[in-house]
Design a binder for this molecule. Sequence first.
Ligand SMILES: *Cc1c(COP(=O)(O)O)cnc(C)c1O
Length: 221
Amino acid sequence: MNAIRNNITVIRSSLAEGVELCAVSKFHPCEAIQEAYDAGQRIFGESRVQELTVKYEALPKDIEWHMIGHLQTNKVRAIAPFISLIESCDSARLLECINREAERCGRKQIDCLLEIHVAAEESKSGWDWYELLKWLQSGALQRLPHLRIRGVMGMATNTDDEAVVRADFQRLALYFDYLRPIFGDDFDTLSMGMSDDYRLAIECGSTMVRIGSSIFGSRVY
Ligand SMILES: *Cc1c(COP(=O)(O)O)cnc(C)c1O
């Protein structure tokens, strides 16, 4: 029996058309990722730079790595040469740093998502919506030609109350729709939904779900 392959097949068949699967492999070993890779999975999400670079070195080079955890500016350099998508862009300082590092390592552009804070927990990261608007209106993005802003990422409140989770996802979808005309055709990704809430996220318009424990089992911290 191959549990990981099986989980991927089941989850894939439950995704609406056009929804991409980011397999969140944080804290799981390379062997587990290789199993998912052998089942056809190519997009993997990690939340720590150190772990991500080790796995990048060890695993097939056609994997698309997504950074999904809070990213410190002094860690950007280590992933800039190979990262496919930085989903957790939560500040102007970080975006400026990614722009610099992209240029430095000779990449024309690095794909980024704007992580927006909608959850009730203050501890979760992400832009405050109004701060983000203010920053965008200042024209700051025009000075960051090495970024390609692909969309929005967010996490819902950690609660069993479905109405609260739905409201969070609906807010993210609203922000996504609002920003879309500003960025144009490249802006096509709304990353929301995890193991416990991805079905709801898809109902609310998600185009990319980030699923860890339902694929790899629970994490050992
Ligand atoms: C860990 C993590 C996930 C995956 O969570 P699961 O509940 O294991 O599916 C998704 N998104 C982010 C940002 C994470 O840190």
